[in-house]
Design a binder for this molecule. Structure first.
Ligand SMILES: O=C(O)CCC(=O)C(=O)O
Ligand SMILES: [Fe+2]
Length: 344
C-alpha cells in the first residue's frame, strides 16, 4: 500500500443513554455528525460488551471451520453467503485479503445457513445479535427521520426486519494474519480497499487492539466516485459501536448527510496490527419495494431494488475503468465482480 498522508479529524461520540427522554438532544447530535463527519461512534447502546464478545467468539468459530464446509454456503447475488479473497473494489482492482460471511433476516437466507450439525448454536447466536443490531438501528432511524422531516417510523418501515423482503445484512469479517518477518507486503495487498457503503447506514463492531479502520471524509455528492488522499485512523472505546452513513442515506437526504470513504489498511508500519483481524458489520439495506426520494427531490424517485441495482452498475463501471488502468482484460473483470454485490 502506498505511503499514506494522515490528518487528525474529530469522530463524534454520541451516547444513546436514556434514549426516550433525551431523544431531541440525541437527534441534534446525530444530524450534526451525519452532516459534518459521516462517521461517529455510539456509546450506551442496548448491546453489552459480553454480547459483543459472544458474537465475536461465534464469528471466530465460523471462520475456523474448514473451507469446504464454508463453501457449502457460497456467496450469491442475493448478497448472502461466504466469500474468500473474492471482493474486488473499484479503488484497488484487486481482491481484499479477507473472508466474510453474510446473513439476512428474510427469505434470501433459505438454504444459506451453515448446517446446525457443523456449528451447533451458530444460527440462533447470529439471529439474536441481528435483532440487537436492528434495535439500535431503529433508534438511529427514528432520529434521522425527525431530522429530515419525515414521519417517525418512515425509515423503520423501509427497513422492516419482519418482512421477507428485508435485505439488511449481518457480515462477519476475517482479515488474514500477516507474517511481519516476511518483509513488506506487495503494493497490491489490501485488507479492505477504500470504498463507501451502499446502504442506509452501517453499524461496525471492532475488537480492541485490532486496528486498521481508516476514514477519508469530504464527499460532496452521492454520485461522485473519487476521494481525497488524507486519511484518519478510527479509534473507539470498548463496547462502542462505530456508525457510518451509506450512499442510500446520502441520496435520501439530498446529499445533506455524508457517506464516507473508509478502508482497512494493510499492516505496513511497526505500530500496525499484523494479527488476524475480526470485525462485524450490520448493513441497513432498504426493502426491495420501498420508495426512495429526499425531501427536496434532488434525485428521481427509485425503489430499494432500483437503488441497489444502480449502485452495482456504478461500481461495475468504476471497476472496469480501474481494471483497464491496471491493464487487465474485461473478461477477468466479469469473473471478479460476482462478490461485489455486498452492501459495501
Ligand atoms: O472491517 C472493518 O472494520 C470495515 C469493514 C467494511 O467497511 C465493510 O465491510 O464494508
Ligand atoms: Fe464498509
Amino acid at each position: 500500500m502506498a505511503r499514506t498522508t494522515y490528518t487528525t479529524r474529530s469522530i463524534p461520540r454520541i451516547s444513546l443513554a436514556n434514549f426516550s427522554n433525551r431523544i431531541d438532544e440525541i437527534t441534534k447530535q446525530l444530524v450534526q455528525a451525519a452532516e459534518s463527519d459521516g462517521f461517529f461512534s455510539l456509546t450506551d447502546t442496548d448491546i453489552t460488551i459480553p454480547e459483543i464478545d459472544a458474537i465475536f467468539a461465534t464469528s471466530e468459530s465460523f471462520f475456523a471451520l474448514p473451507d469446504d464446509v464454508k463453501a457449502t454456503v457460497p456467496f450469491t447475488p442475493k448478497n448472502v453467503g461466504w466469500e474468500k479473497r473474492n471482493q474486488v473494489r473499484p479503488s484497488t482492482g484487486v481482491a481484499d485479503q479477507k473472508e466474510s460471511y453474510q446473513m439476512q433476516f428474510g427469505s434470501n437466507m433459505e438454504g444459506m445457513w451453515v448446517p446446525e450439525d457443523r456449528l451447533p448454536g451458530f444460527k440462533s447466536s447470529a439471529q439474536t445479535f441481528m435483532q440487537k443490531a436492528q434495535g439500535v438501528s431503529e433508534k438511529i432511524m427514528l432520529c434521522f427521520a425527525r431530522g429530515l422531516g419525515f414521519e417517525d417510523d418512515f425509515f423503520i418501515k423501509a427497513h422492516d426486519a419482519k418482512r421477507p423482503e428485508c435485505q439488511s445484512v449481518l457480515r462477519l469479517l476475517h482479515y488474514f494474519e500477516v507474517d511481519r518477518s516476511a518483509g513488506p507486503l506487495p503494493e497490491s495487498y489490501y485488507r479492505a480497499g477504500a470504498h463507501a457503503d451502499w446502504d442506509f447506514f452501517t453499524l461496525l463492531f471492532q475488537r480492541p487492539g485490532q486496528s486498521g479502520l481508516e476514514i477519508c471524509p469530504g464527499r460532496e455528492t452521492v454520485t461522485a466516485f473519487g476521494m481525497g488522499d488524507q486519511w484518519t485512523k478510527v479509534d473507539f472505546a470498548a463496547g462502542d459501536v462505530v456508525c457510518n452513513i451509506g450512499d442510500l442515506l446520502m441520496s435520501w437526504s439530498d446529499d445533506r448527510f455524508k457517506s464516507t470513504f473508509h478502508r482497512v489498511k494493510a499492516p505496513s508500519e511497526p505500530d500496525d496490527y499484523y494479527g488476524p483481524r475480526y470485525s462485524i458489520a450490520f448493513f441497513n439495506q432498504p426493502c426491495a419495494d420501498c420508495k426512495i426520494q429526499g425531501p427536496e427531490k434532488k434525485y428521481p424517485l427509485v425503489t430499494g431494488a432500483e437503488f441497489t441495482q444502480a449502485a452495482m452498475n456504478r461500481n461495475y463501471a468504476a471497476l472496469q475503468v480501474k481494471k483497464a488502468e491496471l491493464g487487465q482484460t474485461v473478461a477477468s473483470v466479469v469473473g471478479s465482480t460476482r462478490a461485489i454485490a455486498a452492501g459495501a
